[in-house]
Design a protein around this ligand. Sequence first.
Ligand code: ADP
Length: 505
Amino acid sequence: LTSSTTGERLHVIHIAAEMAPVAKVGGLGDVVTGLSKALQKKGHLVEVVVPKYDCLQYESIRDLKVLNMHVESYFDGRLFKNKIWVGTVEGLPVYFIEPLHPSKFFWRNQFYGESDDFKRFSYFSRAALELILQAGKKPDIIHCHDWQTAFVAPLYWDLYVPKGLDSARICFTCHNFEYQGSAPASELGSCGLDVHQLNRPDRMQDHSANDRVNPVKGAVVFSNIVTTVSPTYAQEVRSSEGGRGLQDTINTYSKKFVGILNGIDTDAWNPATDPFLKVQYHSNDLDGKAENKAALRRRLQLSSANDRQPLVACVTRLVPQKGVHLIRHAIYRTLELGGQFVLLGSSPVPEIQREFEEICDQLKTHEHARLILKYDEALSHLIYAASDMLIIPSIFEPCGLTQMIAMRYGSVPIVRKTGGLNDSVFDFDDDTIPAHYRNGYTFLTANEQDFSNALQRAVNHYMNDADSWKQLVQKVMNLDFSWESSAPLYEELYHKSVSRARGRK
Ligand code: ADP
């Protein structure tokens, strides 16, 4: 172990609804694992608490065993037993909570999207704190994420500090302010929180109605540190458009609010060692990248006639945030420009899923386009490796990981300048930006014309100047998007908060 650069060893416990690769829906899962590994590498004790979903990817958990303890936690006026499992994921100690509750909260064959999600996750937040208390742990930092574990912040101060779990500072990271988990105020009481105390405009009351509560608002109010996932997004959510009703609360607490750009887990995302690829490769040996492109084309039955035909890809959840109309436009525009297009994406929104199924059907036998409408981790790796460009035309994007993953695999990102995309992708043709920063193609306005223009500039570059394109590919592959630069920023926030608390004591 290397030791921490900024002081003593901290004990950090993450409480989260996702953790890659065992329970991943999107970027949240990647961040919990990537940040935890980076902090552990710096010598801190990092543990993670997640629900024991039936749909966990069990083969990624080492030494999973049930502990010889039952944690009892409160819900709806009584106590329920929880089985506690422990195992190692990516070298991190992880606790899995299995509630012995008749509603079988985590036996639903999916992570989210259940009608009782508010109950499922308020239950889990309380059980996680109960586990920490009953196990006698004394963490310095409890780090919760998104609305699902936002309940931890008010629960900690209102119920657990009085019970003696008072060693910790609370850090809350909001990965996307679109999802705030608001619900009728009456539901808040189930996990033991005091509805009358909390359903107030300066506490957890939702902006939309005075009989609704908002867990994310509660976490902003009650946490010691509040972060979001990029500096640009941290600015955007202070406005009414970006803040989704929370802008006033965020502005009130601006002193403890900061945007830190996510990193990616460079062990999991490494073209030189990636077991999902046909051939591993690195920036000095791009033949391997070409072999992956050939392999993907064969696998998807796309034409292999022209090696120099650009392959444009998109790997995404298909939700309005991601600019679905622009993604649809890119499919046809890429074909017009003489490229090939591959989409890997699935949608929780039935109309969007149906719309893309229709396009998928239409293009079923097309030799230059393929849509794969599902979640497929292994295929995503091959697509990053095989593609020449990756599009991310998001309407808003708190951080975005796919642009960073794409670059690491030598796929040049074409992105809308918003949120974390604005902090990580800089236009190749923009003379006002120092040349060494320029690493992709960007556009500002979310319309087909501006996006088309960026796509066309990228395709032209690829087709007309192979040497310069190769240099760009090598450059983006060598950029550092690891947690090495972002983890120390969290470490510093943790340390400062812990010292402030000790100073007061
Ligand atoms: P978000 O969290 O909004 O979904 P991010 O860019 O932060 O977006 O993270 C997306 C993560 O999910 C990336 O690791 C990406 O590779 C992965 N991903 C998205 N859609 C799919 C899919 N259909 N199949 C496999 N992986 C996917």
